[in-house]
Structure formats: structure tokens, C-alpha cells
Design a protein around this ligand. Structure first.
Ligand code: ZN
Length: 309
């Protein structure tokens, strides 16, 4: 079975740390990960530069990533204007984050659910006006789907209703994001099942998980059990969500790839090569903490991605 790892470090990781990574280092990072076999990377976010100076060069990063053969170039867009910029730069996939917690949505993008759904419909209209070869895939990303640092419990019924509303608005698919790192495996299984039942399994294939409370990989296993085939992660576990206080670190790409490959699943990623990409990060962000267990411990004796049954 093939699992798609979507690397989100250049977006989710970089937006949550203070230092601004120079453009050339971002390009080197993305190229090195693609070279290791990563086939989808979320390379930036089309938000105003004054809000996130770390991602101000997203258009240039997208244009560079587009030159890498076989790489799906993804970007986050907070609104129609961001979507226009992402399309202009040539992104293959765009994600509009919609926070299931309306309080979080108001704080994060200063918009209600109704306003975000209007934004989704406006983006769909933009995309439908494009020739098919320039039309990116459009995902509605349901953030704070497993709980919110401001509202606490997020009712699963509300997640399901917004997933349906996003699909009705014309999204190609929806994703569930554990922005706050509140998710547990039982909850992952339950929520994925509910959303699948409402919009169809084809409309939800990906999870965006954080490792805030150490349950990231356990939640991946739960997702696998209910048919999820795409997982977001970041190299070195860099970053988190600046709008969700206390959240730190996506799940670590290196540990995720090790777990999946050791289980006999295929990611297409060359693990020794991936581990060497950390050096690019270390050199570009001196002093910034990098996480993960596999990089420190090394691969188990005899571990081979070729020789697996
Ligand atoms: Zn995140």
C-alpha cells in the first residue's frame, strides 16, 4: 500500500518560528526533499507579508518548486486574493483553512464561517474559469477539527456539517487538521468515519496532525485503520501553529517515514537520504530546535527499504 507524505515544514514549520529562512535555503530544502523522494510539499502561504514575513517570498518558492519534475506543489490560501496569487505562481494544489472553532476563525483570519464559505465559493468560481491545465486542486482544510485552545471541545457534528458545506461550495476534497494537538486515536477513528459517511471516502484522504502531546504517530495509525492515505508532517518537526498557543511541532517526517516503511507500507521516500536533508535545515536555521527520534538513534541494524517482504 502506498502512503502519500505531504511535507509541510516550509509552510507550517517556518511560519511558527521567528527567524526568516533565506529564499535560497528554502529552495535548497525543497529540492533536497524532492530528491529524497518526497512527492508533495506545501511550500508556502499566500498571506499578506506583514502578517507572516517568514513566508513573504511564497510566490518565488512556488515558482522554484514548479521546476522540480514530479513534485506536487501545494500552498495555503486564506482567501480569494491569496488563491489568485497562488494560481498566478502556478501551485498545483491550494488549501483554504476553515477553523471549525468560529472563535479561532475570527482570531486567525477575522472571518465567520459564513464568510469563509463565501470565500470558498469565490475561489471555486475563479478556478472554474481557468483552463484545466492551470487549475489547481482545491482542498478545504478543517482546522481545529479535534479541539480548540480557545473553545475547548469541538463537536464532531460541527466538523461534519462544515465538511459538507465545503464540498457543496465546490471543493475537490476536505482535510482534517489537529491544529491544537488535542486529537487522540479513538477520536481520529470516529471523526474520519463520520466525515467519510457524510461526504464519501474519496472526499477525505488526508490528516494534518501535530505532536503536541506525543500522540502524533498513534493518531497516524488510527487514521490508517480507517482508510486515510495522506499524512502531513514536517522535517525535524519544525514549527506548529502561531495562532494556537501551546501548539508546537508537526509530526516528524523522518519518524513517520520510518514507522510506515518499517510496517511494510510504501512512501517512495529514501530514508537515509531524507535524514541527510536535516543538515540543510540545521545550516539554514542555526540554534532552532529540530525534533525526532529516528535521526538521533539511527536506523535499526539490518533495516532496508529494499529487502522488506
Ligand atoms: Zn499545523
Amino acid at each position: 500500500m502506498n502512503i502519500l507524505i505531504s511535507e509541510v515544514g516550509p509552510r507550517d514549520g517556518l511560519q511558527s518560528i521567528t527567524p526568516v529562512m533565506p529564499l535560497e535555503d528554502k529552495k535548497a530544502w525543497i529540492s533536497a526533499e524532492a530528491e529524497a523522494g518526497v512527492t508533495e510539499i506545501e511550500v508556502g502561504s499566500f498571506v499578506p507579508a506583514k502578517l507572516l514575513p517568514q513566508l513573504a517570498d511564497s510566490a518565488e518558492v512556488v515558482r522554484h518548486a514548479r521546476t522540480i519534475p514530479g513534485l506536487t506543489v501545494a500552498a495555503l490560501v486564506p482567501n480569494l486574493r491569496g488563491a489568485e496569487a497562488a494560481v498566478e505562481a502556478g501551485a498545483h494544489k491550494i488549501t483554504l483553512p476553515l477553523s471549525v472553532s468560529e472563535t479561532h476563525s475570527l482570531k486567525n483570519v477575522r472571518r465567520t464561517h459564513a464568510q469563509m464559505l463565501d470565500e470558498a465559493r469565490a475561489i471555486v468560481a475563479l478556478l472554474r474559469g481557468l483552463p484545466p491545465e492551470r487549475r489547481p486542486k482545491f482542498e478545504g482544510g478543517l482546522s481545529t477539527a479535534f479541539g480548540c485552545t480557545i473553545e475547548g471541545h469541538v463537536p464532531p457534528e460541527r466538523v461534519v456539517a462544515l465538511a459538507e458545506a465545503l464540498m457543496d461550495a465546490g471543493c475537490d476534497e476536505v482535510g482534517l487538521a489537529d491544529t491544537s494537538g488535542y486529537a487522540n486515536p479513538a477520536q481520529v477513528r470516529d471523526l474520519v468515519r463520520r466525515v467519510h459517511a457524510a461526504v464519501g471516502a474519496h472526499a477525505l484522504s488526508g490528516l494534518h496532525l501535530h505532536n503536541t502531546r506525543g500522540l502524533g504517530l498513534a493518531n497516524v495509525i488510527a487514521g490508517l485503520e480507517v482508510g486515510i492515505t495522506t499524512f502531513d508532517s514536517s522535517l525535524g518537526g519544525l514549527g506548529g501553529c502561531p495562532f494556537a498557543p501551546g501548539a508546537s511541532g508537526n509530526i516528524v517526517t523522518e519518524d513517520l517515514v520510518f514507522m510506515l516503511e518499517a510496517m511494510g507500507l510504501r512512501t517512495g521516500i529514501d530514508l537515509p537520504k531524507l535524514l541527510r536533508v536535516r543538515e540543510v535545515l540545521r545550516a539554514a536555521l542555526p540554534g532552532e530546535p529540530l525534533y525526532g527520534f529516528t535521526p538521533g538513534a539511527g536506523l535499526p541494524l539490518g533495516f532496508s527499504q529494499e529487502a522488506r517482504p
